[in-house]
Every structure is written in structure tokens, then in C-alpha cells.
Design a protein. Structure first.
Length: 83
């Protein structure tokens, strides 16, 4: 993906130098390859395992929100078509 360390830092509300350090650790473990605005995941399964319980909760939370949003849209469409 095409991103800068600064952009990642803003996305996760963390300092740029901390992002750089974390990327270096992940590169050292050969989980990613990072080079000028480009981060390539080399081994997603190993990266997920390395992240442990930090990976997953936010992603799982998207499914109920999407379902809830669909239901809200359906209800609004019903109200609109009844008018």
C-alpha cells in the first residue's frame, strides 16, 4: 500500500518516529517490506500471529456495524416509499 510514515502515524494517533521504529521491527522479522511510501506485507498470517490479540477486534466490529447500517437504510427506504 502506498503510505508515508507520517500518514500512518496520523491514522493511529501515534508519533512518526514510533511508526518508523515499529516498521523496522516488522521488517527485521521479515513480515513486511517498507521503502519510500510503500509497505508490502510479505507474510500476512505471520503478521497476524505477531499482532496477537491486537489484531481482529476492530475488524470484527465492522461486520455488526455494516449490518446495522443496512437495516437503517432499509428502514429509511420503507419510510420514504410509504410517503
Amino acid at each position: 500500500m502506498d503510505v508515508t510514515h507520517e500518514f500512518l502515524a496520523v491514522m493511529i494517533a501515534f508519533g512518526r518516529s514510533g511508526v518508523t521504529d515499529a516498521l523496522h521491527v516488522l521488517e527485521g522479522k521479515r513480515l513486511i517490506y517498507a521503502k519510500r511510501s510503500l509497505v508490502t506485507v510479505r507474510d500476512r498470517a505471520a503478521l497476524e500471529e505477531f499482532a496477537g490479540p491486537a489484531y481482529g477486534p476492530a475488524e470484527r466490529g465492522l461486520v455488526p456495524r455494516k449490518a446495522s447500517l443496512r437495516a437503517q437504510v432499509r428502514n429509511q427506504v420503507r419510510v420514504f416509499t410509504q410517503c
